[in-house]
Structures are given as structure tokens and as C-alpha cells.
Design a binder for this molecule. Structure first.
Ligand code: ADP
Ligand code: MG
Length: 570
């Protein structure tokens, strides 16, 4: 007998199907991603099974995925020659949702008035196979388990029940056939029988699937002059299969890395640096990151396109995965392929995922250490990096306390020592004079303004090196960063800077007392005259040639910041 049965979906499965049939997603294209992902998993499983079980009689010589289209009948089939399923497995795997917490999620989704919120919830545990019902009226699955003699046919319209029967002539593996909804036929956006459309989806979501995804495609042969244009059909592999990140580093050559970089970034300049890493243990992942050689035009734009894509086991999940890369490293391009995540994980959930946070910490450390080694091993390329991305990296000093040290190590700034050269903080510290405890700096709009500032005089006179900080972001980070290598950062334009040693002070003391008396009248006259403009008028020892200068309190905002705030209307 063929044992035809009509069975009910499990309650949770029924609810999820309801949501799919009434399409909760606007991005219906993902159904193909889901089918390809399942097929790829099935091929992975078969390969593994054939390796583990020597008695398994299967042909693994041509494992692949095939997409077949019938434009007249409006059907789309995704076929694999992978592990397949037994009848019981079909009932178990396709008829029910085994994931724990499903009922809870579905209940919340149903109660939620907000469509976006319920999408979020559903996305958390993955729509998987059921997403086919967004685009199909009927779904048919034909499968035969590797090593078994008979197969199984399953069919449903997603409305509560499915029909299941035994079949004799199923090829090994699984074929899922969708009877596409007639209403989508008119809309080219949802024309899933069009070669162009399928190509586009495969390229976007499944390009790096490690198995070939084949389809019969047409090409117009314009070769013969008298035969005219002739359409010929050939079997074409749609995906590049180049999951470079999953290959051992020493088997990938530079040109391949660069090609992937071009694909990801649309930048035709080779990247400055390639970082290829692999995480093992509890949470497995591969990461392939690129540091570009130049800043994109939209680096400072609110909605600028940024960098790291998330894959789950070779399946593209999302662009610009902010959970994986902090904003101050937004110029980093690349791919992170995590092994144990749901395909439908949302951005919000990712942000809170502990394992993703762990990966992010490792990526950040790796990027910063890569910049650090550039700095020590390849000064030229480091300078390029810093010129392009320095101002962005410094933003990290504001919001990444954990990596403050590492960021400070790679910072380089202008200084009074040499107008032609920048210095790192470490180099500055190594040059600090005996008895100098602080790292001196001054912020301002330009090097010239800072150099000409009266505050500079005493420091110049005594041969102290002062860092010249002219990036707008410098104003802000110097307020946040207390010290480097145990040495406090000190603005020469704020508070009382005491450059004299104790000895010098003692010998200068009588003279200062005399000066105070001599100038007392002038000082009190100045204080009276300027009482609305200044807090206090003091006699200073810091100037050598200028008669007077304005000094901010240690906790006052700087003139540049003041300007910034005013410009923002505060
Ligand atoms: P997920 O892939 O997240 O497990 P799906 O809904 O996509 O969820 O698929 C449910 C299950 O059905 C899969 O875990 C797998 O066991 C089985 N399955 C789906 N498609 C195939 C296939 N092409 N070959 C073998 N098994 C499949
Ligand atoms: Mg799946």
C-alpha cells in the first residue's frame, strides 16, 4: 500500500503557518534562502554521514543543489541530493516545530498589536521551511533518505493539514516544489520563475554556499551571421561558492582576498590589511575582515553604508551587522560567519546576544592589534591608515572604555617637536624630560593658532614638547582620557601650570613678592574694568614675551568646544 494519510500540523506549527500564509514579511525573497540553506545542510549531513558510516551506500561524487523552473505551470523546485528524510522524519521535522519556547513566542506574537514586533519575535526562532507559504499556494516535498529504498511525498497548502504518502520512485535527497501564487505573477518584483530574479536572490543571499547551485539558463548566441540570434540552454552554477573565510589561511592567495573585498565593498583599491580569524570552542565562527586603503565618502554620514556582514553557516543573514563592530571601527569591511545562530536572528536580539558580544570583543581587539603591528612594522601604511581613519578611531576613546589603552597606543598626533612629523603618545612619554610628570597638550583650530598661542611661550622657552590637537574630536576625548601610561594628560591652556622646580621657586620667591606689590594697582584696575568678562586677574610666570593671556579654569570648556556648542544652539 502507499499509506496515504491526511495529518494535522501540530498546534504551534499551525499558528506559524497562519502567519506565513498571510505573509508577515515584506521581504518574501528569503524563502529561497531558506530552501537553499536546508539543501546545503542536507548535503553537509550526507557528506558527514558518508565519512562516518562506511556501510552507507551513497554516491557523493556530485553533491549539488538544483533550481528548476516551469514558467507555464508557475512552479519552482529546489532539489538536493543530500541526506533526505524518512517518512517519520518528515512528520517530525516538517509537521511539527521542535524548538523549545515556540508556543510562548507565538502567543506573544499574536497578542502583540505591533506587526513589526511580532515579526521580530517570529524571526528569533526562524521561519525556515514554512516561509515557502509566503509565495506558494501548495508546497510538495519529495524525499528519500540516503540508504533507504522507498521515498515519501508530502503536500500541503499550509491550512492546517498535510497529506503524506509512500512513493517508490523518489530520487535520493529532497525536492521541494512550490506552486507559486497566481497573484504574484503580475508583479516582476515577485516573479520567482524569472531567471534574472533567481540569479539575483542567489547572488545576494547564497553566493558563498559551499555547494554548487545549478540552474538551466539561456544565453543568446550571436555568433553566426546567417543563423541569426539563437537561444541556447546550458546548466550554469549561479553561486561563486567562495567561502574564503572558511578555508585555511595558507590556502587562500592575496588575489582571492582582494576579489572578495571588491565584491563586499565595491571599492577598486586593494585593502590596506586583511584579517582572517577563526574562533573555536563553545561558539564557532570565522571572520574575514578588511581595512580599506581609503575612507569612503560617507564615512561621516548618518546613513552611510558600513561594513561587516553576518553569515550563518555560509548563508547570508545581514549587511552592516552593528552588533559585531563598534561605530568607531565602522570602516572595517568583511564577513563574520557564525555557526550557531538562527537564520532569522534580528538586529535587536543580536545586540544582546552574549556570544555575539564575545565575538565583537575579539574582533575589536584584533583590528586594534593589527593597526598596532602596522605601526611598528610598516610606518608608511600606518600613516595612510591614520590619515584616513584616525579621526574615526579617536571616537572610540569616548565610548569604548575597555579598549582605551589599546586605542591610545595607536593614536598619533602633531607635536611641537617636529612640524613634519607626528608622534605616538608612547614616543612622547619616552622623550619626556626629567621631572616632567604630565603629558602636555593644547587643542585648537590649527597648528598655527596653537603654536602662536601665548600659552605656549613658557613651554617653548623651557624646551617642553607639547602635543598639538586640532581635530574637533580631540577636544572631546582629552576630557575623557585621564592618563596614558600613568602620566596625566594636561592642557597647557587650563588652570595653573607650574613649570618651576622647587629650587627655582625658592630663589624666585622674593622677586615675585616684589612684582606682586609693583603690579597690585594694575591688577586690581584690570579686574575692575574686566569684571564682566573674566573671573580673576593674576600675575603670571608662564609668559615670556606676550604681556597677557586668557586662561580657562581646569574644568571650563575650551574655546573650540564653546564654539561647537554655540553652533549647535546650546
Ligand atoms: P531549520 O533548518 O532551522 O531546522 P526548517 O524549517 O528550515 O528549520 O527545516 C526543518 C527541518 O526539516 C530541518 O532541520 C531538516 O531536518 C528538515 N529538512 C528541511 N529541508 C530538508 C532537506 N532539503 N533535506 C533534508 N532535511 C530537510
Ligand atoms: Mg532551515
Amino acid at each position: 500500500s502507499t499509506r496515504i494519510e491526511t495529518l494535522e500540523f501540530q498546534a504551534e506549527a499551525r499558528q506559524l503557518l497562519q502567519l506565513m500564509v498571510h505573509s508577515i514579511y515584506s521581504d518574501k525573497d528569503i524563502f529561497l534562502r531558506e530552501l537553499i540553506s536546508n539543501a546545503s545542510d542536507a548535503l553537509d549531513k550526507l557528506r558527514l554521514a558518508s565519512l562516518v558510516d562506511k556501510d552507507l551506500q551513497v554516491d557523493t561524487s556530485d553533491l549539488h543543489i538544483a533550481i528548476e523552473v516551469d514558467r507555464e505551470k508557475r512552479t519552482l523546485t529546489v532539489r538536493d541530493n543530500g541526506i533526505g528524510m524518512s517518512r517519520d522524519e518528515v512528520v517530525q521535522l516538517i509537521g511539527t516545530i521542535a524548538k523549545s519556547g515556540t508556543a510562548e513566542v507565538l502567543r506573544k506574537a499574536k497578542e502583540s498589536a505591533d506587526a513589526a514586533a511580532s515579526r521580530e519575535l517570529i524571526g528569533q526562532f526562524g521561519v525556515g521551511f514554512y516561509s515557502t507559504f509566503m509565495v506558494a499556494d501548495t508546497v510538495t516535498l519529495l524525499t528519500r533518505r540516503a540508504g533507504a529504498s522507498g521515498g515519501t511525498r508530502w503536500e500541503s497548502s499550509g491550512e492546517g493539514t498535510y497529506v503524506i504518502e509512500d512513493v517508490d520512485d523518489a530520487p535520493q535527497g529532497t525536492a521541494v516544489t512550490l506552486q507559486l501564487k497566481p497573484e504574484d505573477a503580475e508583479d516582476h518584483l515577485f516573479d520567482y520563475t524569472a531567471e534574472r530574479k533567481i540569479r539575483e536572490i542567489v547572488k545576494k543571499y547564497s553566493d558563498f554556499i559551499a555547494w554548487p547551485i545549478r540552474m538551466a539558463t539561456e544565453s543568446t548566441d550571436t555568433g553566426g551571421a546567417d543563423t541569426g540570434d539563437e537561444a541556447t540552454t546550458q546548466i550554469e552554477t549561479l553561486n561563486s561558492m567562495k567561502a574564503l573565510w572558511a578555508r585555511p589561511r595558507d590556502e587562500v592567495d592575496q588575489a582571492e582576498y582582494h576579489e572578495l573585498y571588491r565584491h563586499l565593498s565595491h571599492d577598486w583599491t586593494d585593502p590596506l590589511e586583511v584579517v582572517h580569524m577563526k574562533g573555536e570552542g563553545l561558539f564557532e565562527y570565522e571572520a574575514l575582515l578588511f581595512i580599506p586603503a581609503h575612507a569612503p565618502l560617507d564615512l561621516f554620514a548618518q546613513d552611510g553604508r558600513r561594513g561587516v556582514q553576518l553569515y550563518v553557516k555560509r548563508v547570508f543573514i545581514m549587511d552592516d551587522c552593528q552588533a559585531l563592530m563598534p561605530n568607531y571601527l565602522r570602516f572595517v569591511k568583511g564577513v563574520v560567519d557564525a555557526h550557531d545562530l538562527s537564520l532569522n536572528i534580528s538586529r535587536e536580539i543580536l545586540q544582546q546576544d552574549r556570544q555575539i558580544q564575545l565575538v565583537r570583543r575579539r574582533l575589536v581587539k584584533k583590528v586594534l592589534s593589527t593597526v598596532r603591528s602596522l605601526q611598528t612594522d610598516d610606518a608608511e601604511r600606518y600613516r595612510t591608515f591614520w590619515k584616513e581613519f584616525g579621526p574615526v578611531v579617536k571616537e572610540g576613546l569616548l565610548d569604548d572604555g575597555d579598549n582605551q589603552e589599546a586605542i591610545l597606543e595607536v593614536v598619533s598626533v602633531a607635536s611641537t617637536r617636529d612640524p613634519e612629523q607626528t608622534t605616538t603618545l608612547r614616543e612622547y612619554v619616552e622623550r619626556m624630560k626629567d621631572g616632567q610628570d604630565d603629558i602636555y597638550y593644547m587643542t585648537g583650530e590649527s597648528r598655527l593658532m596653537v603654536e602662536k598661542s601665548p600659552h605656549m611661550e613658557a613651554f617653548q622657552a623651557r624646551g617642553y614638547e607639547v602635543l598639538i590637537l586640532t581635530d574637533p574630536v580631540d577636544e572631546v576625548w582629552v576630557e575623557r582620557v585621564a592618563q596614558f601610561d600613568g602620566k596625566p594628560l594636561r592642557s597647557i591652556a587650563k588652570g595653573q601650570v607650574d613649570l618651576d622646580t622647587a629650587d627655582e621657586k625658592e630663589s624666585a620667591e622674593p622677586e615675585r613678592e616684589q612684582q606682586k606689590k609693583d603690579y597690585a594697582e594694575l591688577l586690581s584696575w584690570l579686574a575692575r574694568t574686566l569684571q564682566d568678562q573674566v573671573k580673576e586677574v593674576r600675575l603670571s610666570s608662564r609668559l615670556t614675551t606676550s604681556p597677557a593671556c586668557l586662561v580657562g579654569d581646569t574644568f571650563d570648556i575650551t574655546p573650540t568646544l564653546e564654539k561647537m556648542y554655540r553652533a549647535m544652539g546650546q
